[in-house]
Design a protein around this ligand. Structure first.
Ligand SMILES: Cc1cc2nc3c(=O)[nH]c(=O)nc-3n(C[C@H](O)[C@H](O)[C@H](O)COP(=O)(O)O)c2cc1C
Length: 202
């Protein structure tokens, strides 16, 4: 499914987004719009270069070993059925890889961090190391892990700039996350970012 075109201007300054960003662990059940999801995927790995190659986050050797998946709950994103989706940066589109509301299973795979299942959207960042180790050898693994951090920060700041909140989770069982989300065995899950409207005051 093709996503709406992302915006390249917003109302919150970068400095304010940096100042306000916190790891958010409580979300209201309010659904997100497809536009908000589109914006988050674009900030994560969208193509930002006019000639259509380079992406929102830097990548060692511009080899782009990362993939973005998203777990969408039932009635959580207007216009998207519940399930797990894969983001295609070139087409700025998502495709369904698993059906159903998988949020409780994802939280279960993340050492039962049940708060994650309250977020309408859980964004998963994975790395396929072969795409970068061919050029850089073992050091490519380090580069991919660093790249996950860049992508994660883009998602955190984009969430804040849109009046949303996001958490960041590194504590999970890789194989369980792979099984739940239905991702290829050579895609290593590195970070999960639950995103939604914050419960103010928490
Ligand atoms: C790589 C990484 C992994 C993290 N994993 C978790 C996690 O599994 N669960 C969690 O609740 N917070 C996790 N955090 C969030 C940290 O606890 C949080 O960033 C830290 O307490 C600082 O708070 P702040 O992000 O609100 O500034 C993680 C942060 C990073 C950078």
């Amino acid at each position: 499914m093709k996503l709406p075109k992302p915006k390249i201007n917003g109302e919150v300054s970068l400095e304010t987004a940096i100042k306000r960003r916190r790891t958010i662990r409580s979300f209201t059940p309010e659904p997100l719009s497809l536009k908000q999801c589109s914006q988050l995927f674009w900030a994560a790995q969208g193509i930002t270069e006019d000639r259509g190659f380079k992406r929102a986050a830097p990548s060692g050797g511009a080899l782009y070993p990362m993939d973005i998946y998203a777990v969408v709950g039932e009635n959580c994103v207007k216009g998207l059925e519940s399930g797990a989706y894969h983001y295609d940066p070139k087409g700025h589109a998502v495709s369904l890889v698993s059906k159903g509301d998988l949020r409780n299973k994802v939280a279960g795979a993340a050492l039962s961090q049940t708060w994650m299942a309250t977020a309408p959207l859980n964004i998963l960042i994975t790395a396929e190391y072969d795409r970068i180790t061919g050029k850089y050898g073992k050091r490519g693994i380090r580069y991919a892990i660093i790249e996950a951090g860049h992508i994660g920060q883009n998602i955190l700041l984009q969430s804040e700039a849109m009046g949303l909140g996001a958490g960041i989770v590194g504590a999970f069982n890789d194989d369980k996350v792979r099984r739940v989300v239905n991702i290829p065995p050579n895609h290593e899950p590195l970070l999960i970012l639950p995103v939604g409207y914050k419960i103010e005051g928490l």
